[in-house]
Design a protein around this ligand. Structure first.
Ligand SMILES: NC(=O)C1=CN([C@@H]2O[C@H](COP(=O)(O)OP(=O)(O)OC[C@H]3O[C@@H](n4cnc5c(N)ncnc54)[C@H](OP(=O)(O)O)[C@@H]3O)[C@@H](O)[C@H]2O)C=CC1
Ligand SMILES: O=C1O[C@H](COP(=O)(O)O)[C@@H](O)[C@H](O)[C@H]1O
Length: 513
């Protein structure tokens, strides 16, 4: 009996600690502090939180990596991507730098982690507790040794520990499970925050509100009214400088299995019982389990070649990429959800590097209105623009003002920059680091969610890896992707309509921005 009470107390303490907001007595350690992610995203996000007073009181931030560098060089890197438009911000940045220090060490030995521990303890002197957040801005090859050494040498004796892990979480179902098994003995699920930074993006966070807070959307959000859903990720640049990493992973693992699938999940899941992290993640797992593995016949892959004007290099011209690489830099694929709401509705996922523009958006195409009084009237489309220029617009038919009964495509338009012009949209990483400080897991990936998502993608990934005769179709750098793309989406029922030359973001819209 006493044993049971002990377990109940321990569990209650764990739940309390896992959701406790860290407001003081906290050190953040950024591992891989010399790297690309740290300088471009992590430090700017930490500074953004610092200047808006969202970091715990008396925070100390320690950078850790193998590279040897002095304090000045480290601060130069920390500041490199932080914009200081005013004198005030410049001063705040100088104050922020006073909270930063750096220590170098290997990732696979006890001694440097013991040094790190001593360094952390110096800042914990006189504090009531020593809470520690470990942010692993590291390549996946070192996740396991680093997490083990942190647990062994740097776990707090008197305080809360949280570890933030960056994607990719494995390369397939098996390696993801291996990573999970390696973390399990040392870190409880409540202590692990697996980042998918798309979950921190403002418009992605809005999806549940848009869907469940609007009756007119909720009522039509199903196979009876929706014909297809497209989720598109486009980048206008190639792998520049990241070819070594990218060639091992490819666009499906880099963007689709994580970012685009997260968006799909939020679009397709059922209403959670509450906004608590576990209720949300339970529903996400449920919908993922209803998605069968992607079938090869529903996939096209591409790889960028030189730009048409010859100024931009082909993927294979990157020095870090093997000359015979079959790595896809573009993919379009279709997923289906076998449940009552979505059966038969194609979810078309498209992602590509070195395309004609930068854009991530969701395009929900409704079914045709019943014919009779209308001939060739375009379908309604709800477009949710995740980035850039966050917006939601519904393409709808209306009567053209005047004496005739001519119809015209127009839109209901919520463009954030116009509607919320005085509000700043936080960076995804700011939002997620703050969630981790608060102990809120809602926007982080749970272990079973990861498992369910790899189940969907692993067969197609293995198929493409193994079938050497499958070569990605070449598309020119700066184009819309492989030439067959439009036929591919049309074959899943997507109707492209350029009715009356309709274009969102017309001159008047642009002028208002
Ligand atoms: N860069 C980005 O835009 C994004 C990155 N990510 C993820 O964040 C993580 C870090 O990415 P990123 O910063 O780009 O990676 P980097 O390649 O810049 O690696 C980060 C640091 O890790 C160390 N490192 C690099 N390669 C190795 C190696 N083979 N063995 C041991 N240590 C190594 C280096 O530090 P040192 O040698 O000094 O120890 C390096 O500065 C990855 O998991 C990535 O997928 C996620 C989203 C976007
Ligand atoms: O995780 C990744 O995301 C970026 C795109 O992120 P975004 O916030 O700029 O949309 C992508 O460039 C990178 O290849 C990938 O690893």
């Amino acid at each position: 009996m006493l044993g049971e009470i002990g377990i109940i107390f321990a569990t209650t303490k764990l739940i309390r600690e896992s959701t406790m907001e860290l407001k003081e007595d906290t050190t953040i350690v950024v591992l891989g502090a010399s790297g690309d992610l740290a300088k471009k995203k992590t430090f700017p996000a930490l500074f953004g939180l610092y200047r808006n007073k969202f970091l715990p009181k008396d925070i100390h931030i320690i950078g850790y990596a193998r590279t040897k560098m002095d304090h000045e060089e480290y601060l130069r890197r920390v500041k490199q991507y932080i914009k200081t438009p005013t004198k005030d911000v410049e001063e705040q940045l100088e104050d922020f730098c006073k909270c930063c220090s750096y220590i170098s060490g290997q990732y696979d030995q006890d001694e440097p982690f013991q040094n790190l521990n001593k360094h952390i303890e110096e800042f914990e002197q006189g504090r009531k507790a020593g809470n520690r957040i470990f942010y692993m801005a590291l390549p996946p090859s070192v996740f396991i040794p680093v997490s083990q050494h942190l647990r062994k040498n740097c776990y707090p004796n008197n305080g809360i520990a949280r570890v933030i892990i960056e994607k990719p979480f494995g390369k397939d179902l098996q390696s993801s499970r291996e990573l999970q098994r390696a973390l399990e003995p040392d870190w409880k699920e409540e202590e692990i925050f697996r980042i998918d930074h798309y979950l921190g993006k403002e418009m992605v966070k809005n999806l549940l509100i848009l869907r469940f807070g609007n009756e007119f959307l909720g009522a039509t959000w199903n196979r009876n009214h929706i014909d297809s859903v497209q989720i598109t990720f486009k980048e206008p640049f190639g792998t520049e400088g990241r070819g070594g990493y990218f060639d091992e992973f490819g666009i499906i693992r880099d963007v689709m299995q994580n970012h685009l699938l997260q968006v799909l999940t939020l679009l397709a899941m059922e209403r959670p019982i509450s906004f608590s992290s576990e209720d949300i993640r339970d529903e996400k797992v449920r919908v993922l389990r209803g998605i069968p593995a992607i079938e090869p016949k529903n996939v096209i892959i591409g790889q960028y070649g030189k730009s048409l004007d010859g100024t931009k290099p082909a993927y294979k011209e990157d020095d870090t990429v093997p000359k015979d690489s079959r790595c896809p830099t573009f993919c379009a694929m279709v997923a289906y959800i076998r449940n009552e709401r979505w059966d038969g509705v194609p979810f078309i996922l498209k992602a590509g590097k070195a395309l004609n523009e930068q854009k991530t958006e969701i395009r929900i195409q409704f079914k045709d209105v019943t014919s009779g009084i209308f001939k060739d009237i375009p379908r309604n489309e709800l477009v949710i623009r995740i980035q850039p220029n966050e917006s939601v617009y519904l393409k709808m038919n209306s009567k053209l003002p005047g004496l005739s009964m001519q119809t015209v495509v127009t839109e209901l338009d919520l463009t954030y920059r116009r509607r919320f012009s005085d509000l700043k949209i936080p960076e995804a990483y700011e939002s997620l680091v703050l969630d981790a400080l608060k102990g809120d897991h809602s926007n982080f990936v749970r272990d079973d969610e990861l498992d369910a998502s790899w189940r969907i993608f692993t067969p197609i990934l293995h198929y493409l890896d193994e079938k050497k005769e499958i070569v990605p179709m070449e598309y020119p750098y700066g184009s819309r992707g492989p030439a067959v793309l439009d036929d591919f989406t049309a074959s899943f029922g997507y109707k492209f309509s350029d009715a009356a030359g309709y274009q969102w973001n017309t001159a008047s819209n642009k002028a208002a921005l």
